[in-house]
Design a protein around this ligand. Structure first.
Ligand code: GDP
Ligand code: MG
Length: 292
């Protein structure tokens, strides 16, 4: 039997619905979703297996202007994404017309098959969607354009079929039972970060980084210790909250989600630490896992 396999990289601006699409495609909540931009900083792989195919998806950081060191690193992920992709999905949302010409040209120049996806069509109407399809078809000539709603699960199957069609003949890269190649601590830190995103205003979520320090699994319980790094003492006070109220809330919410994810009872110990200016500090960024 012929077998197809390959790497599919999903690119697009923050908030267009990349993580939602990947979750719809993989059928699991692998990458966190919130309504705030820039949630996904790391590269996440979700693997979809069929009898005669294997698709390895990456959900990449949004396409952003590099204006400080952390964002330069994010652009590095995109460069890499284009280099190792068998298929590129470029995602926009209904109504979106702006694009970064340099990045689009870079994508078109790779000769990798590109699928242009217009997401969130549940928020639009037929004539507008048709107009959008024409607009993007002109920018990506010769490449398929698929309108869909990742949230409402509309046209997901079409994406799957198109991706499989584009995949090269290849044996599977990963054992077929595996859902993702990201280690458990990664998902745990993502869950904690999601709770911080949901509980605090703008400047706090973007000033934190979570590091899972230890993960000890016994028969009945998993003991996890994690650090929440912030840039300033004042941010630490906010995250702790009055009498430790805020950190307690984050701990409880995170623990519930982690328990659901790992399917076991969890003991979660969170410590808030000040690590000055981590965004601009190369050594710190490396420690936090941004090294490629
Ligand atoms: P990402 O930053 O590109 O990964 O975007 P997310 O997947 O995190 O989605 C950003 C926001 O858009 C979330 O609030 C999603 O629920 C919402 N969203 C994603 N897909 C759709 C869709 O098809 N329709 C609508 N109405 N909202 C969507
Ligand atoms: Mg995302």
């Amino acid at each position: 039997m012929e077998h197809k396999a390959g790497f599919v990289n999903i690119l697009g601006n923050p908030n267009v619905g990349k993580s939602t699409l990947m979750n719809a495609l993989t059928g699991e909540k692998l990458s966190i979703i919130t309504s705030k931009a820039q949630t996904t900083r790391h590269r996440i792989l979700g693997i979809v297996n069929g009898e005669d195919f294997q698709i390895i998806y990456s959900d990449l950081p949004g396409i952003l202007k590099p204006n400080y060191k952390l964002q330069e690193k994010m652009m590095g992920f995109i460069d890499m994404a284009l280099k190792d992709a068998d298929v590129v999905i470029y995602m926009v949302e209904a109504g979106e017309k702006k694009y970064n010409e340099t990045i689009v040209n870079q994508i078109l120049a790779t000769k990798v098959p590109v699928i242009l996806i217009i997401n969130k069509i549940d928020l639009s109407d037929q004539p507008k969607v048709e107009e959008q399809m024409k607009y993007w078809q002109a920018i990506f000539p010769g490449h398929p354009v698929i309108p869909l709603s990742a949230l409402r699960n509309f046209n997901i199957q079409k994406v799957l079929e198109q991706v499989i069609d584009f995949l090269p003949d290849s044996p599977a890269y990963y054992p077929k039972g595996e859902l993702t190649d990201q280690p458990m601590p990664f998902f745990i830190s993502e869950i904690i970060r999601e709770k911080i995103l949901l509980n605090f205003k703008q400047e706090i979520p973007y000033s934190v980084e979570i590091v899972v320090d230890s993960y000890k699994e016994s028969e009945k319980i998993i003991k996890i210790a994690a650090y929440i790094f912030v840039a300033r003492e004042s941010q630490k006070m906010i995250i702790l909250g009055q009498g430790g109220k805020a950190i307690k809330r984050i701990g409880i919410d995170s623990r519930k989600d982690i328990e659901e994810f790992v399917g076991k009872q969890v003991f979660l110990d969170l410590t808030v630490k000040v690590s000055k200016d981590w965004r601009n500090n190369d050594r710190q960024l490396k420690r936090f896992g941004y090294e490629i």
